[in-house]
Write a protein of this length. Sequence first.
Length: 318
Amino acid sequence: MLRATLRFFCCCLTLTMATGLSGCRWASSTAAHEPSLLKPLDMVDDGVQLEIISIRFSPHDEELNGMLWDQIDEQQIPLATRRALGENGFRAGVISGELPAPLARKLAAAEKKPATMTEAAARLEKASPVSRQQMQLHSGWRGEIIASNIYPEVPLLMNEHGEVSGHTYQQAQGILAAKAEALGDRRVTLHLTPELQYGEPRQEWISEDGRILPQSGKPKRVFERLAFDATLEPSQMLVLTASPERPGTLGHYFFTEPQPDSDEVQQKLVVVRLGQTRYDNLFPPAAENESKSVDAPSDKNDPAQRPKQSSQRSASEP
């Protein structure tokens, strides 16, 4: 009996040593300390997040077509491009700082909670005048901002180099092709190009990275002459809408919406706000770095360190 017990103990000891030498480990004791190879799916490494707010209102609204533009900087768009946009029914500019009062009132009224059940039921019967969406882009990659619904027919008038031309597009929709470039200092440059996608979807062949790949989509007309850049800081917003006095233009079809069973249209104002980038904390504030260097532990009795401490304090003082 004693011999059998000793034999069993030796076998267990041998098995334990072999397991240790072969590299097997208990997952519960070490897995929690090892970094995972799977990155969290919160934002791409070179990602730019945009919030796009669309507001529908009457073309006769004097606040959104008048007072609001007194607080919008249209000079951020180059003069030649701004003139071409205006001739084709577009209006664009940048808001800095706080949201202008006319726009803030419109958003607050649309997003105010209903006070009664009757009011809540009435809101369900009609679409909200304000819609929001978020778009996440790789820096330099293409995204699409849907500017209009699909029109059964668009009899378009274009003003190009002072000459007016016309063409009719079937099943057409206004799209703003968007590319974002993160500049590394919390600013982002948006490159926007108006496009009109029309007709029925069809398959095309495109070249990408030396390969020929199939791509399904509608035919489109790209208006490169109306493309423009806008550089935004986190406190700035790009505003786009139509010029009410230019019906039948490209901007009109992009930023108006026909009403069912009526000849009236609603105008749309689109606000593009910079939400977040991977580069927000690329450059920490200088004051924070200075305070950290001042607060570093040091030996007050060491004469060699006294001049260094005084120079650090004087550098951080105004």
